[in-house]
Design a protein around this ligand. Structure first.
Ligand SMILES: *Cc1c(COP(=O)(O)O)cnc(C)c1O
Length: 422
């Protein structure tokens, strides 16, 4: 790699490479990389889309298929603990989002859980105040959240108002039933002020529903401490549960008894095997279940979550900020901005301020049409991020397995691609 053909950026390169080595040597989480399947030829910066495979998953999946399914068959619902997996795996996710026991269930997809949470929130809000008929939704939200919110509104006779998260405190009022926000913006990587926005919703008597897809496993959420009412999130991004791994649903314990799920399937019945004609909801987190859990995906996720044993989310956050800081510095040093090379320039859309930054960096390309070919070329050279319209290069930093040397190499290759080096 460092073959001395790098031109004017060469000096900064050796400094950056040296600094990366030192940062990796001092990294208290560096040993966790060993728990993942990674190849030395690739810098993987797309764990905010699909987390890398934890090594423990393969053996666990082989066992669940050959022994639990192949040999025990139906006995596994009880003997292998299949039936209670949604709650059990939920308890493993809970500490990562600052939730005490009994509030998180793993079930269905994030999209489906948004429907449960939003309609659940509207029904709760209206018990005390039937006139509440408005949902406030992040205007830049991940699309599925917006689509589901529109349908939830039609089903409940509410209206949807799209707005920027910072407008919520001024907009939320006596007509608001619920506020649906993304904790981290999937495109820019901006982190929202969850404590303040939750408090603003509560001050107006509305419920706060948070989508934690880009924060669960990347930074502290402290759902209990901040009084979050409902939260949803996926487990295949920073939680590395595998493609399509089931999502989680958090319902604050103080609301559970009154939570009226819009999808009351037989799995959420108080006594499912009574096969009773009338529905009686289960107590606790199980009320968020719907139908038969997807055991194979759930088993992969359960094994994947073992990598968190003894890991403090505060340490993960500290490393995430150090990785993104270092990436921004390397990009500034290595990537020519202006007429040199290919004439493409980049600027960061991700807030520089730590308090406003998630665990990704989004670089906007000018001209925007160049973002897609730049990302294709990066991937061809072994640096995997992704591209989002109109011209955003997204780089996700999973602190459990991303090294500072990865970061330095990614920025250096980006500099080579944009600088027109071959
Ligand atoms: C990834 C993501 C989703 C994905 O939803 P699925 O139902 O798992 O496809 C939803 N919301 C946000 C904010 C996301 O980042």
């Amino acid at each position: 790699m460092s073959d001395g053909t790098l031109g004017p950026e060469g000096a900064a390169l050796s400094d950056g490479a040296q600094e990366a080595l030192q940062l990796d040597a001092a990294d208290p989480l560096a040993h966790l990389r060993e728990l993942f399947v990674l190849d030395p030829g690739t810098v993987y910066l797309d764990g905010n889309s699909l987390g890398a495979l934890p090594k423990a998953v393969e053996g666990r999946l082989a066992d669940v298929v050959s022994r639990e399914w192949g040999q025990l068959r139906i006995r596994s619902w009880e003997e292998s603990g299949w039936w209670t997996m949604p709650e059990r795996v939920g308890e493993r996710v809970a500490p990562l989002i600052g939730a005490g026991p009994g509030q998180v269930v793993v079930s269905d997809s994030t999209s489906v859980n948004i429907l449960k949470a939003l309609i659940g929130a509207v029904r709760l809000a209206r018990r005390d105040a039937p006139a509440r008929g408005e949902l406030l939704v992040d205007e830049a939200t991940f699309p599925t959240d917006g689509y589901i919110a529109e349908s939830a509104a039609r089903l409940t006779g509410c209206t949807v108002r799209a707005l920027a998260p910072e407008q919520v405190p001024g907009a939320v009022g006596p007509r608001t039933a619920a506020v649906l926000l993304n904790h981290v913006d999937y495109r820019t990587g901006a982190l929202r002020d969850l404590p303040a926005l939750t408090a603003a919703a509560h001050d107006a008597g509305a419920l706060a529903v948070w989508d934690l897809c880009h924060s669960a496993g990347a930074l502290p959420v402290e759902a209990d401490a901040h009084g979050v009412d409902f939260a949803v999130g996926c487990t295949y991004k920073f939680l590395n549960g595998g493609p399509g791994a089931p999502a989680f649903l958090y319902v604050r314990s103080g609301l559970q008894e009154r939570f009226d799920s819009p999808l009351p399937g037989w799995n959420s019945h108080a006594d499912p095997f009574a096969m009773a004609p009338d529905y009686r909801p289960a107590a606790g987190a199980a009320r968020g279940r719907v139908g038969t859990p997807d055991i194979l995906s759930m088993a992969a996720l359960e094994a994947a979550l073992a990598v968190w044993e003894g890991v403090r989310i505060e340490d993960v956050r500290a490393k995430s900020l150090a990785l993104t800081d270092f990436f921004l510095r390397c990009v500034a040093a290595y990537v020519p901005n202006g007429p040199a090379g290919t004439g493409v320039s980049v600027r960061s859309l991700t807030p520089a301020e730590h308090a406003l930054r998630g665990s990704q960096i989004a670089l906007l390309c000018d001209p925007a049409e160049q973002a897609e070919p730049v990302m294709k070329e990066l991937i061809a050279r072994g640096v995997v991020g992704d591209f989002r319209r109109p011209g955003v290069l997204r780089f996700g930093f999973t602190p459990l397995y991303t090294s500072f040397q990865d970061v330095e190499r990614a920025a250096r290759v980006l500099g080579e691609v944009i600088g027109g080096a071959r």
